[in-house]
Design a protein around this ligand. Structure first.
Ligand SMILES: [Zn+2]
Ligand SMILES: [Zn+2]
Length: 303
């Protein structure tokens, strides 16, 4: 017992040091890393729209050498709190969620204030709105014979908000280009608050063995874990398969099981590169009908 506690303490103490192993000032830009088949470090996206809106101007944090400085990105200011609703229950073979897509953490002010630095690069004119989502996922998914492409919305995070894939509407690296709030979230044109990576406002907790705890669920029902793998190793996309996951013993609904799971990384495609299990748009629908999509922000641009 005592050894167990010591190991947990050691893992906790080691966490800040390991976090600095990723150089957030020089993250590789994911633009163009789109494929039409499973490919490590790429995203196999079902659909992009080259004419859709997004940030209209590159910020100075995007460099000429194919990297960007995550720490220098313009951040949408504000700390707005919302009546977040999120619960999950197991019902037979299903994992049933009740949520309104309002996050449990503070958000920036949207539409982006005209006097903010962020507005110079991205004029997202949308406001955050509650969306009752109907989400039913397989409780104990198994890998499909073949992986499949990732749609826009690829899962939900434990903050109660939707996770989109790594791309903005025209198909660029959304984490690099889009101007987001301090929790890396923002609303799309129907007000759906979403992320394109694992929010830094969700604590990347560690299990006693150093592996990250669960941070969300993908559309195929597999778990999404934080940035640390077995033994507390900080993972990058190169450590994972083309869908951005791997299989080993993990904690799942309070039990240790041998299971496939996704990981977050600091590098592109950040979360899900393709879907390893079976999924359907029916797994996640807005109550008004249809899955949440990233269609861009509508017509806007430089003055
Ligand atoms: Zn977005
Ligand atoms: Zn793992």
């Amino acid at each position: 017992m005592r050894l167990h506690l010591l190991a947990a303490l050691a893992a906790l103490l080691a966490a800040p040091a390991l976090a600095h192993e990723a150089d957030l000032t020089r993250l590789p830009l994911g633009d163009g890393k789109i494929s039409t088949e499973p490919k490590v470090g790429f995203i196999w996206a079902c659909r992009i729209d080259p004419n859709a809106g997004g940030a209209f101007r590159n910020g100075p944090w995007i460099k000429d050498d194919g990297t960007y400085d995550f720490t220098r990105k313009a951040v949408v200011p504000g700390d707005v709190h919302w009546p977040s609703r999120y619960s999950m229950r197991l019902e037979g073979d299903n994992r049933v969620f009740s949520l309104n897509d309002l996050p449990s953490h503070g958000t920036g002010v949207f539409p982006i204030p005209a006097d903010s630095e962020a507005y110079r690069y991205d004029r997202n004119p949308n406001r955050i709105e509650a969306h009752d989502l109907d989400v039913v996922l397989p409780a104990n998914p198994v890998p499909a014979p073949q992986p499949s492409c990732a749609p826009g919305a690829v899962g939900i995070l434990l903050s109660g908000a939707v996770l989109f894939n790594a791309l903005d509407a025209p198909g660029r690296d959304a984490v690099a280009h889009e101007t987001q709030d301090k929790c890396q979230g923002h609303p799309q044109e129907s007000g759906v608050y979403h992320y394109h990576s694992i929010s830094t406002c969700i604590d990347d907790k560690r299990l006693p063995d150093g592996h990250s705890a669960l941070v969300g669920y993908a559309l195929d029902g597999f778990g999404i874990y934080g940035r640390y793998g077995e033994g507390g190793k900080l993972l990058s996309s190169a450590d994972l398969d083309a869908c951005h996951g791997h299989t080993h013993m993990i904690e799942w609904d309070g039990k240790r099981v041998m299971m496939y799971h996704y990981h977050a990384t600091w590098d592109f495609p950040y979360t899900v590169g393709c879907l390893r299990g079976t999924w359907s748009f029916k797994n996640m629908m807005t109550i008004s009908g249809g899955p949440p999509r990233h269609r861009g922000f509508g017509p806007f641009g430089p003055p």
